[in-house]
Ligand binder design. Structure first.
Ligand code: HEC
Length: 263
């Protein structure tokens, strides 16, 4: 091979040059990984990989000093690979988002939309209160009782006792809607009050407004109580608790898609 013309031994400089070029391209790969160029991510990665691969083949594997036929064979292999990859990419990358995925995106929404939705749901409507009343009968009465006085059938065995919603006494998180939302979403550790984060946020807010309607002189939310669950005036980015609270597990999102499909 290359020994025929004996050239390769004189190429120490070229080797060092190639080595440096490979390091530079590696640095580029690392640098690029910090940015999101969307569809171009793949293109850049492929380009860098191809250039690095070619350099290694040409210099370290001596293809550059090999006979023309091997060069043609090798380079055409690369060209064909490029054609296959770009044809596949031109199809895959530009396909519309599958309806199922689009649905999941719509349910979860971008962070801004989540905040907007939380904000909207944090205001009570008669529909939400009614929906909350129904959900309360199936999810909460065993402990909190049909009238929310904390005297459900399971309450006798519990310590601490379930909260009596018709009294202002003993509330740990507080009685403002966003504070009740925190309780319903996260539960109260060290008690039988579990997290209901698997319920969709619409349902959780419905429960919140119903429970809120049961409490004496229901205290309203303040900018501070809203901010504590990530709802800021002016729709600023959600703080961590809200992002967590509105996160839908994929399994639940799929259930909802199936449900909506049945309607
Ligand atoms: C398995 C029993 C049980 C069920 C079911 C239950 N809770 Fe509770 N809940 C409790 C107990 C016990 C407490 C008191 C916790 C404490 O004092 O630490 C409580 C407390 C609360 C509080 C008061 C939080 C505070 O600030 O002190 C709210 C609000 C509440 N529950 C809402 C609900 C809603 C809404 C449901 C139905 C979706 C529900 N709970 C279902 C047991 C239950």
């Amino acid at each position: 091979m290359a020994q025929k013309n004996g050239k390769h031994i004189h190429h120490t400089k070229a080797y060092i040059g190639v080595w440096i070029a490979l390091l530079v391209f590696t640095a580029i790969t690392v640098e690029v990984s910090y940015h999101d160029y969307g569809t171009w991510n793949i293109a850049v990665a492929m380009l860098v990989a191809t250039i690095k691969g070619s350099l290694v083949c040409l210099y370290f594997m001596h293809l550059k000093y090999d006979n023309k036929l091997s060069q043609v064979a090798f380079i055409s292999a690369f060209v064909f690979l490029g054609i296959f990859v770009s044809l596949t990419a031109s199809d895959v990358l530009f396909r519309p988002i599958p309806p199922a995925l689009a649905k999941v995106k719509e349910i979860r929404g971008p962070a801004g939309a989540e905040v907007a939705k939380m904000k909207e749901l944090s205001a009570a409507t008669p529909e939400l209160v009614n929906h909350g009343r129904e959900l309360f009968q199936t999810n909460c009465v065993t402990c909190h009782g049909v009238t929310g006085q904390g005297n459900g059938p399971a309450s006798t065995a519990l310590n601490p006792k379930p909260r009596n919603f018709t009294s202002a006494e003993g509330w740990k998180n507080g009685r403002a809607p966003s504070q009740i939302f925190k309780t319903v979403s996260e539960g109260i550790s060290g008690s039988a009050m579990a997290s209901f984060s698997t319920l969709p946020i619409e349902d959780r807010w419905a429960l919140v407004h119903y429970v809120h309607s049961l409490t004496p002189n229901p205290p309203p939310d303040t900018p501070a109580t809203l901010a504590a669950i990530g709802i800021q005036e002016g729709g600023a980015a959600p703080s961590k608790p809200a992002a967590e609270a509105v996160e839908l597990p994929i399994s639940l999102a799929i259930d909802r898609m199936v449900e909506e499909g049945k309607k």
